[in-house]
Design a protein around this ligand. Sequence first.
Ligand code: NDP
Length: 290
Amino acid sequence: ESTGVTVLGLGAMGSALAAALLDAGHATTVWNRAPARATALSARGAAAPSGIADAVTAHPLVVACLLDHASMHETLDPVLGRMRGSTLVNLTTTTPNEARELAAWADRHGVRYLDGAIMATPPMIGTSDASILYSGPREVFDDVRPVLDRWATSTYDGADPGLASLFDLAMLSGMYTMFAGFLHGAAMAGSAGMTATEFAARATPFLSAMTAGFAHDAAVVDGGDYTVAGQQSLDFSDLSHIVRASEEQGVDPAPVAAVQALISAQIAQGHGAEAFARIYESLRARAEVT
Ligand code: NDP
């Protein structure tokens, strides 16, 4: 017999999570702040009590997919005391410290807490393209895993509840920085009349090939020696000509100027002959002081 599950939050993502559970035959109870969002799922067989207290006590496994950290407290503060002994899987996006705070809050109420970070869009839920990261007590992950695996490839990242969020946001940092760099390039090419579509056709194979450099830089960072042979030096990586070209074309150089600032800082510290990957040290130094 499959586990019954309550899903709180029926936005685009929560609705996809609940639908995948119904598809897999789980008894599913749903709740959303604006009740109209439960209609389609209730037509498909989900129970949809109007009160949050009835929803969180319907099953010993409660999944939340709300907007943010504040909405978790707003929704669950009034009823967490009635969830003693239950398991709360939180798939709402939060920062690592917000996830740690929620884990301690759940713990004070005798609720088992697993944090999750979804690396997928709603249509990908229930397909092999979806990936969800989890962190919190290993035994909680193992207990609920048959349910988690209905949605995505489930990855356990460790006992610290902040880790799933941290690793998710670390990946998204790379993604957004790459997209900003792509759009900056499109604006440069666009200043001479190339369409963004034409630029994308050129940039996609080039940038895809460049991702092979991640493993190369990673080996240098992990080795801790930025002087090893075969590296492109910081001096050679000076991007001021890209910044100037952007300005000449009337295009804001902000994304590439940010990279140039990291390079310049390392050169100013006397590391110009060392590898480009050394900008990692500037980023890490900032992390240590904050
Ligand atoms: P939506 O904007 O579609 O839905 C937001 C949901 O949060 C709604 O159910 C809304 O309820 C609810 N909500 C907002 N504020 C409150 C509150 N104060 N109290 C109670 N409920 C509240 O967002 P998504 O479904 O797309 O995203 C949900 C979570 O999933 C977010 O944390 C998001 O970062 C994460 N996520 C989403 C992805 C995506 O591609 N969509 C990808 C990865 C993660 P109401 O209907 O009443 O407003």
